[in-house]
Ligand binder design. Structure first.
Ligand code: OFO
Length: 163
């Protein structure tokens, strides 16, 4: 049902989604250390979303009878120069994920794997949202600055993100 090449690309995408979660949990660790629990919470929620993305692909493949196995997850960036740096990294990372999803989608169309192409449309939309969220976080911190009472209030707002 699913073309072999697409199945292989999707298995790699599972790894990338798990890596995204790993990256965001690292951001959360950094923000905990900086006494910004709201930012830490926001990224822990994001990490859970990433696990959801990985599981969504896994289910799709398993349902199509594809054998799924996992490979090691790459390391993460750990040193950030200021509280804005992870947010910039986050946007770059999401752009990279979007490019990866688009590549699989284009290949699925090329190989006339319409089932996979249809499945990937959800991810294309989701990536639009992810990039918007990442950009919004940068815009907010640029507005309030990297310290002081405005940052404290922004942290409270970030802490209100729902699971
Ligand atoms: Fe899975 O969307 Fe972010 O990486």
């Amino acid at each position: 049902m699913i073309k072999k090449e697409i199945a292989e690309m999707l298995i790699k995408q599972i790894n990338l989604e798990l890596h995204s979660g790993y990256i965001y949990m690292e951001f959360a660790n950094y923000y905990e250390e900086k006494n910004l629990p709201g930012f830490a919470h926001w990224y822990m929620v994001q990490a859970k979303e990433e696990l959801g993305h990985a599981m969504r692909i896994r289910t799709f493949l398993i349902d199509a009878g594809v054998k799924v196995t996992y490979s090691p997850i790459a390391d993460t960036e750990k040193d950030f120069k200021d509280v804005k740096a992870p947010l910039i990294s986050g946007l770059k990372h999401e752009q990279h994920i979007t490019a990866s999803i688009n590549k699989i989608y284009e290949k699925a169309l090329e190989l006339k794997d319409h089932l996979s192409a249809n499945f990937l449309q959800w991810f294309i939309e989701e990536q639009g949202e992810e990039e918007t969220n990442a950009q919004n976080n940068i815009d907010k911190i640029e507005l309030v600055g990297s310290s002081g009472s405005a940052l404290y209030l922004l942290d409270k707002e970030m802490g209100r993100r729902e699971d």
